[in-house]
Every structure is written in structure tokens, then in C-alpha cells.
Design a protein around this ligand. Structure first.
Ligand SMILES: C[S@@+](CC[C@H](N)C(=O)[O-])C[C@H]1O[C@@H](n2cnc3c(N)ncnc32)[C@H](O)[C@@H]1O
Length: 257
């Protein structure tokens, strides 16, 4: 029996396709290329069935009106996986929802940081753009979810967060990759990120042995997120595969030696 090697057959198929293509007149080659895409599982050009997604405005602009937003699935899965870090004196931005939810009774002190002095939950009002505003070597854990995109001087913010972490403390950060911009925060939204930019920014302060940067999401969940869909619009097996070329959220766990 002849053993079939799928990789070999695929490269032979591609080579044959290129060879036949090179022998055809250019206009016929172009028509065939559109009718028969290189990937046999892809619909021919012009035959994609867009259905409900054929619209130039998203299905929803309100992040929460269909349920848990897609990015929150990845953010909360990351925090659940690292819940053991949420202990002792914990700093979170805006409110302490995740401190309480993932730290529970392990948390001895809960602080909330905000640049906005009108935030009633804030125990520390400080701007992460400037150095020296946070207490030094103070926190066992810092939870900074979906915030660094609003800080123009993101490198200074990471330096400041590192300075305020206790030796042995853990920083849990999430940032957006492919994302819609929150209408309410459009004027203060500066960045989206990649796993590369996160690694470069954090490795400046944290040794690579103490740093884990992971991309979450895939092309389907990225499209769903851009359309304002929720986790209930997708199946679990559609949310969980991660393709770093289509990151919806990038997570960083960094510990201070
Ligand atoms: C969308 S919330 C993110 C935090 C929230 N816990 C979450 O998970 O969605 C963004 C928060 O970052 C704060 N913020 C924006 N720029 C900041 C800065 N330069 N320094 C400190 N906080 C800032 C905003 O005021 C807001 O409370």
C-alpha cells in the first residue's frame, strides 16, 4: 500500500497549480484564481455568504447589551487561571470587582487607582503617565485590566507599576489587540497592542523568566468582538482557539524578582 503524506501532497498540489497557472493566458488565470481559491475550503471570490454581518455599522456599539463582551471572556479566563496571585495587598484600576471576585479572602488590603478624582471607589488618585505617584514596593498584586490603552506614556506607566510592586509580587495586565473603540472613552484611547509590543515594554523591567505574554482570540472571535457580539453569540469551541495573528486580548503576567 502506498503511504500518503498530506504535507507532500499539498506541496505537489500547489506546485502543479502554479505550473498550470503559468501556462494559461493572464485573464483566464485571473478568472480561475477567483473561482478556485488556493485554499479549497475557502469560498470563491465574490461568493462569501456574509448574512447578518453584511453591514457597515456594527450589530451593537454598546459593549454590554448582548451579555458578556467577547474580550471579557479572555480577560476573566486569564484572571481565573492566575487567581492564586490575587492575595495580600492588591491594587486594581477603577474599582475592586476583580480583586474581590478572584482574590476573595486571600486579599488583606484592597486599593483602587484612578486618574479621575471623581471616582468614589478610588483610594489612590494618580496619573500613570507620571512617575512617583504610587507607593513604592507596596503591592503583592496589581490587576490592571484594559487600562494601558488610555495611558499615552505607556512605558512610564509600566515602570511605575513595577516600582510599586513588592519583590515577589505579581502584576496581571490585559490590553486590547483587535478591538472596537469604546465610544465613551474615544478621546482618551491611544493604543492597541500586539504580543510583541507587550513583551518589549515589559521585558525592560521584568526578566523574561518572570514574564508570560499570551495572545487570546482568533479571527472569528475578533470579528464577533468588532460587531459588538457577546460570548452567547459564539460556541465555547469557537472562543477558545488562539491565533496570535488575530489577538483580541493580550495578557501579561509579570512577577518582580
Ligand atoms: C475602562 S477602565 C479599566 C479598568 C476596569 N477595572 C476594567 O477592567 O475595565 C479604565 C480606567 O483607567 C483610568 N485611567 C485612564 N487613564 C489613566 C491614567 N493615566 N492613570 C490612571 N488611571 C487612568 C480611567 O479613569 C478608568 O477608570
Amino acid at each position: 500500500m502506498i503511504e500518503q503524506n498530506p504535507v507532500k501532497w499539498e506541496s505537489m498540489r500547489k506546485a502543479l497549480r502554479a505550473k498550470i497557472g503559468s501556462m494559461l493566458p493572464p485573464d483566464l488565470r485571473e478568472r480561475l484564481r477567483k473561482r478556485f481559491p488556493a485554499d479549497p475550503s475557502a469560498p470563491p471570490v465574490g461568493h462569501v455568504r456574509w448574512g447578518d454581518l453584511r453591514r457597515t455599522a456594527p450589530i451593537s456599539r454598546n459593549l454590554w447589551d448582548r451579555g458578556l463582551p467577547i474580550d471579557r471572556y479572555y480577560i476573566e479566563s486569564f484572571l481565573a487561571a492566575n487567581a492564586g496571585d490575587v492575595a495580600g495587598r492588591v491594587l486594581e484600576v477603577k474599582d475592586n470587582t476583580y480583586t474581590r471576585r478572584f482574590g476573595g479572602t486571600r486579599v488583606t488590603n484592597s486599593d483602587v487607582l484612578d486618574v479621575n478624582p471623581a471616582n468614589p471607589h478610588a483610594t489612590i488618585v494618580a496619573d500613570l503617565n507620571a512617575a512617583g505617584n504610587l507607593p513604592g514596593n507596596a503591592f503583592d498584586c496589581i490587576i490592571i485590566t484594559q487600562t494601558l490603552q488610555y495611558v499615552f506614556d505607556v512605558a512610564s506607566a509600566i515602570e511605575e507599576l513595577h516600582r510599586s510592586l513588592k519583590p515577589g509580587g505579581a502584576l496581571l495586565a490585559t490590553v486590547p489587540g483587535i478591538t472596537p473603540i469604546d465610544q465613551e472613552l474615544r478621546d482618551s484611547t491611544y493604543w492597541t497592542f500586539t504580543d510583541r509590543s507587550m513583551r518589549r515594554l515589559f521585558e525592560h523591567h521584568f526578566p523574561l523568566t518572570h514574564l508570560t505574554v499570551v495572545s487570546h482570540g482568533n479571527v472569528l472571535s475578533a470579528v464577533a468582538s468588532l460587531q459588538g457580539l457577546s460570548v452567547d453569540d459564539l460556541r465555547p469551541e469557537e472562543l477558545s482557539p488562539c491565533d496570535a495573528d488575530f489577538a483580541v486580548v493580550i495578557t501579561v503576567r509579570a512577577t518582580k524578582p
